[in-house]
Write a protein that binds this ligand. Sequence first.
Ligand code: ZN
Length: 359
Amino acid sequence: MAAGRAGFIYSRELEKYSYPPEHPFTTIRARRTREILNSMGLLSGNGRSEVAPVPAERIVLKKFHSARYLHALKTAAKGRWAAGALDMGIGTGDCPVFNGLYEYAVLATGGTLIAAKLILSGAADVAFNPSGGFHHAGPERASGFCYINDVALACIILAEQGKRVAYVDVDVHHGDGVAYAFYDRSDVMTISFHENPRMLFPGTGFEDEIGAGRGKGYCVNVPLPVGTYDQAYMKAFEAVALPLITAYNPDVIVFELGADGLAGDPLAHLHLTNNVYADIIKHLLSFDKPILATGGGGYDIDNTVKAWALAWSILCGENGGDLRDRAQAVSAQQHDTVLPAIEATIEAVKANIFPIHKL
Ligand SMILES: [Zn+2]
């Protein structure tokens, strides 16, 4: 589907909102990604189009979030405090209350839901919402800069329509909100690659968290050591994700592309270049299934927008050109510490999960 129809989700309406200036999460990344792509002529022609998000409807939000939580979020954004708001993570350092918070969260989520609609209707084979990817939010919890879990909602809606969903999360942080949303279900397989939870928020996502009940074996966690570099990452991706996605045979792939695994990200400790994301997308395209991609983390802004522009280019069947990072040198010491840890992780995940899928 590499050369299929592709929808880039964006509108200037999103530019009206921003997190507080001292907060690491910036909403400007989507606009800057769009600017790069527009200047390269990659937003039109060959079946590509821009699609504006519309705010997600409350009835849809309630498929994942509680009414109590949505009420607290909405009223906090208007400067009033509902009972228990802080206990639900609203108004913390990570998830501050700011002007337009609710409108932004609902509009960004609406973008991911439009992407799901484009895929369900067959109007697009790939869709990318760089303003999405809020994978930490829980049913009744704001967490890790996330208020409304657009990716969990998209998976719910796709599953409701009878689709088997493979959710692939390469954000450097564990995709906990989505993993736990489907922990006991087999109609959405979640696969999260992330930095070792002993080193990084949210502190979950170990190899032995594999789902429960009917969902046992359908929650996959691949924790990666500090200093993980491109070749080591791809070794894990190819050894774990590819056989599992093949065995699962999804109807659609939801791909959370947080770019905070890139070398130099101020919040994390992996040493990736954006070539990893390009290689992963090529692998995902090879399954010949629709792909709903979102943004996510990514706190080195220049590197993040370049990675997302590259991702769109590859999703559209282009080669990325100048958007690719130069290969990073790997020191002998990095090699000697990272590789054995990755190999041990691969073996642990295989032992825990593969037999369930007859692999
Ligand atoms: Zn992240």
